[in-house]
Design a protein around this ligand. Structure first.
Ligand code: KG4
Ligand code: ZN
Length: 335
């Protein structure tokens, strides 16, 4: 199964055989967006167009297979940037038509869940999935990822990764901010500043998230220091902000498992690469008697292998392929 991912700024092409990863080639246009402080859709589309064929060739060479050896093509059809998705879907259709292979349109978030099968085997059923990335933050109840899932909660404003990226900008760190804050936080005190935990009260929606207030609180705290000419303690602010995000995410994920009687928690999405989120999730799952599954960081951020993994699960489940009329759906609802 060849999988193509172009929903944001990574051109990902992965190849799997069943749940065995054969190749995972990624070309990122992140450097081209850095000076704008965020992903510029038209720049991303153009970069996908340029990277697509070389990245497919690289994946085929790594896997040691030829196009005609493939059984099927899977491609992210949504959600994501419309123009970026179009490049991937057009390429996937071209390969499917030229090689005479079936085509599978994949939901990006389901692929973030499915990718874990490449590392840890079949998904436990049921499981709770916490998906946190630049574009989405959701808690899902998944009994079968090839069938409809239950959305337990989601962010009501900024996504977790978006908060990392915006706070990094306030701190003068480059885009994308997640890995930068993660690195600076290592030398900081997570208890240095008591940043707010949103929607954590007894009357708040138990499984929804909000990160916009936290982002504003960090900006205010930093600006107050800057106004009086005080140095901003980068490591402490990074660590304290990161702690607030990791605290809320893990508390709600563990609560969702407890309330639904589910014993397995799965993390996915780019923010699941965060070292503190991984450590705190491990600690809290152990304390609550839950099993935790987190793919290695390179499989958490966007890649083509996750799309191939999801395509492979659809084939195993006997789901019929899509037609060549498949269109992108930038706002595709997961449920
Ligand atoms: O899943 P992903 O690659 O793309 C989307 O689907 O959005 O996630 C990208 C997001 C960015 O916001 C980035 O800052 C964040 O994931 N991220 C991290 C880390 N690595 C990537 N956030 C916190 N800590 C990290 N180590
Ligand atoms: Zn993603």
């Amino acid at each position: 199964m060849l999988g193509i991912e172009t929903s944001c700024d990574e051109t990902g092409v992965g190849i799997v055989r069943g749940s065995t990863l054969l190749a995972d080639a990624v070309a990122s246009s992140v450097a081209e967006h850095a000076r704008f402080g965020g992903v510029v859709p038209e720049v991303a589309s153009r970069a996908h167009l340029e990277a697509m064929v070389p990245t497919v060739r690289r994946a085929l060479a790594t896997a040691g297979v030829r196009g005609r050896d493939l059984d099927a093509i899977a491609v992210t059809a949504g959600p994501g940037l419309a123009g970026a998705l179009l490049v991937g879907v057009a390429a996937a259709k071209a390969y499917a038509l030229a090689l005479d292979k079936p085509l599978y349109g994949i939901h990006h978030l389901s692929a973030h869940v499915a990718v874990d099968t490449l590392e840890h085997g079949p998904l436990p059923s049921p499981c709770v999935a916490l998906l946190v990335s630049g574009g989405h933050s959701s808690l899902l109840l998944v009994s079968d990822i090839t069938a409809p899932v239950t959305v337990l909660g989601a962010t009501i404003d900024d996504a977790a990764g978006e908060a990392f990226d915006k706070v990094a900008r306030v701190l003068g760190l480059p885009f994308p901010g997640g890995p930068e804050i993660d690195a600076h936080a290592r030398a900081g005190d997570p208890a240095a500043v008591a940043f707010p935990r949103a929607l954590a009260g007894a009357r708040d929606p138990a499984y929804d998230f909000s990160f916009s207030g936290l982002k504003t609180a960090v900006a205010r705290w930093v600006q107050a220091r800057q106004r009086v000419g005080e140095a901003v303690p980068l490591a402490d602010v990074s660590a304290s902000f990161q702690e607030a995000v990791a605290d809320v995410l893990t508390a709600k994920a563990v609560l969702a498992c407890r309330d639904t009687g589910v014993a397995d928690l799965l993390l996915g999405g780019g923010v699941a690469a965060n070292s503190r989120l991984r450590a705190l999730a491990e600690q809290r799952c152990a304390a609550a008697g839950l099993r935790l599954r987190v793919p290695r960081p390179a499989l958490c951020t966007d890649n083509g292998a996750m799309v191939a993994a999801m395509g492979s699960l659809l084939v195993d489940a006997g789901v019929p392929p899509d037609s060549l009329d498949l269109s992108v759906d930038p706002a595709w609802e997961l449920a």
